[in-house]
Design a protein around this ligand. Structure first.
Ligand code: NAP
Length: 240
């Protein structure tokens, strides 16, 4: 069976993707910064002991990412999914559009958002490119957000998060071009929808199982021809 590496597997969409890929028989390298504290992930791994392998890794620690890539050398990774993400300090789920207003920027927090949302997907791709290139499916997917769309931004606010997702969109577009050409890897940005997780909050449009099922379908249909786009979980395309 194919292998998927999923970051942010402790909860939210990373956990649900882990659950669904495991149910389909895939091997899942379930990356979390604290797998021991991730009860739901530990339970899932106990139910699928040969398939779901929790792995301790803080994806913002570049030396640790390199170490993990070295330890996994020779392991083909069909799909690398960067799901770990943050909106920074404060709770969008509670504050909605009052979160991240002009005049409230905390630039240390901006850096934390950038380290996870922008640099970590880049670092993971750079460190694991050979693992993906040596697999059968050869795909790299980063969960972005509709809030990274410049075209669709009609209401302002949410500065750090919007900027980080617009940045990672640019990264995934370049990656699709470069890695497609040199390694036959299909890379893309993928918006999961507005989802009822800790991040999305209880008023969001859809639940995690629906989002993850849609995303898995988009990923299954990802090819070198339709890579480098701004896909949404339901298979539609967003404007940059
Ligand atoms: N939910 C939505 O409505 C929505 C909409 C658009 C885009 N997205 C994107 O989808 C992805 C997943 O979101 P989600 O809803 O699943 O979020 P979530 O429920 O808040 O989960 C966030 C995940 O990221 C990990 N994480 C947070 N900060 C981290 C850090 N500093 N270092 C390493 N890992 C860290 C968390 O690990 P810990 O458990 O260790 O904290 C957790 O696994 C994110 O990239 C998000 O931006 C979500």
């Amino acid at each position: 069976m194919p292998t998927v590496l999923i970051t942010g597997a402790s909860r939210g969409l990373g956990l649900e993707l882990t659950r669904q890929y495991a149910a389909e028989g895939w091997n899942v390298l379930a990356v979390a910064r604290d797998p021991d504290g991730a009860t739901a992930l530990r339970e899932l791994a106990a139910r699928h002991p040969t398939q779901v392998v929790p792995r301790r890794l803080d994806v913002t620690d570049h030396a640790a990412v390199d170490r993990a890539a070295f330890e996994l050398r020779g392991t083909p990774i069909d799909v690398l999914i960067n799901s770990a993400g943050t909106m920074g300090k404060g709770k969008f789920a509670e504050l909605g559009l009052d979160f991240g207003k002009f005049g409230s920027s905390d630039f240390d927090d901006w850096m934390a958002v950038y380290r996870l949302n922008v640099m970590a997907p880049m670092k993971m791709a750079e460190s694991f490119v050979q693992h993906v290139a040596s697999s059968e499916q050869k795909k790299i997917v980063t969960l972005t957000s509709i809030l990274g769309s410049i075209e669709l931004n009609k209401i302002g606010g949410l500065y750090a998060y919007r900027a980080s997702k617009a940045a990672v969109n640019a990264i995934m577009r370049s990656m699709a071009i470069d890695l497609g050409k040199h390694h036959g890897i299909a890379a893309t940005a993928l918006h999961p929808g507005w989802v009822r997780t800790d991040m999305g909050g209880p008023r969001a449009d859809i639940d995690a199982p629906e989002s993850a099922a849609g995303m898995r379908k988009v990923i299954a249909q990802l090819t070198l021809k339709n890579a480098g786009r701004y896909w949404m979980y339901d298979g539609s395309e967003l404007p940059w």
